[in-house]
Design a protein around this ligand. Structure first.
Ligand code: FAD
Ligand code: PYC
Length: 416
């Protein structure tokens, strides 16, 4: 990797970065690859990276229809945590958080992980009773989580509405101290640069348009830039998973829905933790730049329109103002949406598909950013060994035949 002196950094800043080495190449597609990864979001990029790094694959293409991180990876609100209910989920998401804790070093790219805590607000006797059980489950799963009194919540979240007559009074909270935020596009760029350095051909502005399948086995991928021969394919396209599955001739139990978020103008630092309330149906964190990053529930019906409906974001903002009434005069800067892949037990699908040689990672819905490293790690393992990784053996498509669901709706963080 090229080294820069302070002088060359200053010169490059003044010359619009002329002469700066590109972070990854822009290669032409080759006619054949040992593995093709579809989707240049965090999960696809992590899959390609771990295939090369952990499994020694040398001839991999990563195909992205748009630009890297332009899907949900660059649209999410960057919360990371592992406070799930069931042991399988807790093991998987905590493995991911551990990978996050070392990711900047692993990729030699600052992913700006800030573990200032994830605070879940509790508002009623019902919340307290249910969440005490959840807290016990988290402890049994080995996840760090603490019970907070209303006074401790008020201390962590200056400005929060502590009025006893509030519509949703604060009755307490649960804090995962290792939770927090990480820079979403930094994660995509870090994996991309590291994968490229290991020889992965990252091809952007290239759509997968079909598959060549012979006797139930994948033998090729058709793209807008030509055909590729391969007998190993990993699909990681989130909200477009059903579209790709249809191209391969199978169906997925996934609905594609818009999830919105918005940011305010930057403010002076108010609080460090990310704060969520399932009861109110809204969440907020403050970015390193000072913007309030806010969101709420999913839009009400399936859609591929990456825009979202105004009533939903209004509802989310109303929820944020229930929590922090003093933000009512703050200006909004941007609103956006991403198309997320909803599965009815809120647990991802990772593993084999009905097509031999074709593997899938989808169903993360509203919560897959935190799972980016583990999603890539486990999909790479499954593709390379043709065996499900032990962390995801209960996350396969099989559960939709057996009924062995892992219902994580309550831990999804936001209302569905
Ligand atoms: P994506 O990043 O969507 O990448 C898929 C890629 O596939 C896209 O770039 C797309 O262009 C490409 N693609 C699609 N079709 C094709 C094709 N035919 N050919 C080639 N490429 C194709 N999760 C959290 O953990 N914490 C959060 O705080 C959080 N907040 C969120 C807030 C919002 C508003 C949204 C929308 C999501 C949020 N999520 C959050 C969820 C999280 O963003 C996703 O689960 C995660 O980013 C999915 O990553 P991915 O790599 O699977 O998908
Ligand atoms: O999964 O933690 C999460 C999350 C927060 C906001 C959207 N998803």
């Amino acid at each position: 990797m090229q080294k820069y002196s302070v002088l060359s950094l200053a010169r490059n800043a003044l010359t619009h970065h002329d002469g700066w080495e590109k972070a990854w190449r822009n290669p032409d597609l080759k006619p054949s690859y040992d593995a093709v990864v579809i989707g240049g979001g965090g999960h696809g990029l992590a899959t390609a990276y771990y295939l090369a790094k952990q499994h020694g694959y040398k001839n991999i293409a990563l195909i992205e229809a748009g630009w890297l991180g332009g899907g949900n990876t660059g649209r999410n609100t960057t919360i990371v945590r592992s406070n799930y209910l069931y042991p399988q989920s807790a093991d998987f998401y905590d493995f991911s958080l551990k990978l996050f804790e070392n990711l900047s070093q692993e990729l030699n790219f600052n992913v700006m992980l800030r573990q200032a805590g994830l605070l879940t607000l509790l508002h009623s006797r019902h919340d307290l009773e249910v969440m005490r059980r959840n807290l016990n489950a988290m402890h049994m799963n080995g996840i760090d989580a603490e019970w907070l009194s209303p006074q401790q919540v008020a201390k962590m979240a200056p400005g929060i509405n502590m009025s006893k007559t509030a519509r949703y009074p604060i009755a307490g909270g649960i804090l995962q101290k290792r939770g927090g935020v990480a820079r979403h596009d930094g994660v995509a760029w870090g994996f991309a640069r590291a994968a490229d350095a290991l020889g992965v051909d990252i091809v952007q502005m290239c759509s997968v348009t079909g598959f060549d399948i012979k006797k139930g086995e994948v033998v090729g991928v058709q793209t807008s830039k030509g055909q590729i021969k391969t007998n190993k394919v990993a699909i990681a396209v989130a909200g477009h998973s059903s579209v790709l599955a249809e191209m391969a001739g199978f169906r997925l139990p996934v609905s594609s829905m818009a999830l919105q978020a918005c940011v305010s103008e930057p403010l002076k630092p108010l609080f460090d933790a990310a704060i969520m309330s399932g009861t109110i149906g809204a969440y907020i964190s403050q970015s390193d730049k000072g913007e309030m990053v806010m969101g709420g529930a999913l839009d009400a019906y399936p859609s591929y329109a990456q825009r979202g409906n105004i009533n939903n974001i209004e509802h989310a903002i109303a929820g944020v103002l229930e929590m922090f009434p003093n933000l009512s005069r703050v200006k909004l800067m941007r609103q956006w949406a991403g198309i997320v892949d909803i599965v009815h037990d809120s647990t991802p699908i990772i593993g084999h598909t009905p097509i031999k040689g074709m593997y899938i990672n989808c169903g993360f819905g509203t919560g897959g950013f935190k799972a980016t490293p583990a999603g890539g790690w486990t999909l790479a393992h499954t593709l390379a060994t043709d065996q499900p990784h032990k962390l995801i053996q209960d996350f396969t498509l099989k559960r939709f035949e057996t009924g062995a669901f892992i219902d994580e709706m309550g831990a999804a963080g936001i209302s569905h």
